[in-house]
Design a protein around this ligand. Structure first.
Ligand code: SAM
Ligand code: ZN
Length: 130
């Protein structure tokens, strides 16, 4: 049984827990092609994960199931880089029940450019506007 499952969410497709997670559990790795910051600027796209000022992971490939994780302003997961800043792992920020949508905070830059102009559709923001 897969640990996670892709389903429709309030912000397009999303990734959901298919089992319970404890705080600190590794949920999934964000995988993809590592490209330079310049190349990332040329390519653009919604699946770019910035590792540092020089390198970015382009997570658009279909094998990267983590690309379905949506942004939340009150997330239940967080991304962490390995020591070499080459890989990104997504961990549970708290206890997560099976069926819950998995989310992390995309960070200020991504949020301001890609999410804010259309309005954030995370659970926390949607509950404030309704
Ligand atoms: C990495 S993808 C996440 C998966 C995406 N929902 C999909 O269906 O492919 C990031 C994109 O999803 C959308 N998205 C993610 N979180 C969002 C949020 N909280 N509010 C609105 N759109 C969001 C934005 O279009 C963003 O550029
Ligand atoms: Zn939000």
């Amino acid at each position: 049984m897969s640990k996670v499952i892709v389903k429709r969410s309030s912000a397009g497709l999303g990734l959901f827990a298919n089992q319970p997670f404890q705080k600190g559990d590794l949920v999934i790795e964000y995988i993809g092609e590592t490209i330079s910051a310049n190349e990332a600027n040329v390519r653009g796209g919604k699946y770019l994960f910035e590792l540092n000022d020089n390198w970015t992971i382009d997570g658009k490939c279909r094998k990267n199931i983590a690309r379905y994780i949506n942004h939340s302003c009150k997330p239940n997961c967080y991304p962490e880089l390995d020591d070499k800043e080459e890989r990104v792992f997504i961990y549970a920020k708290k206890k997560i029940a099976a069926g819950e949508e998995l989310t992390y905070n995309y960070g200020k830059d991504y949020f301001n450019i890609m999410i804010k102009p259309m309005g954030c559709r995370c659970e926390s923001c949607l509950s404030k506007t309704s």
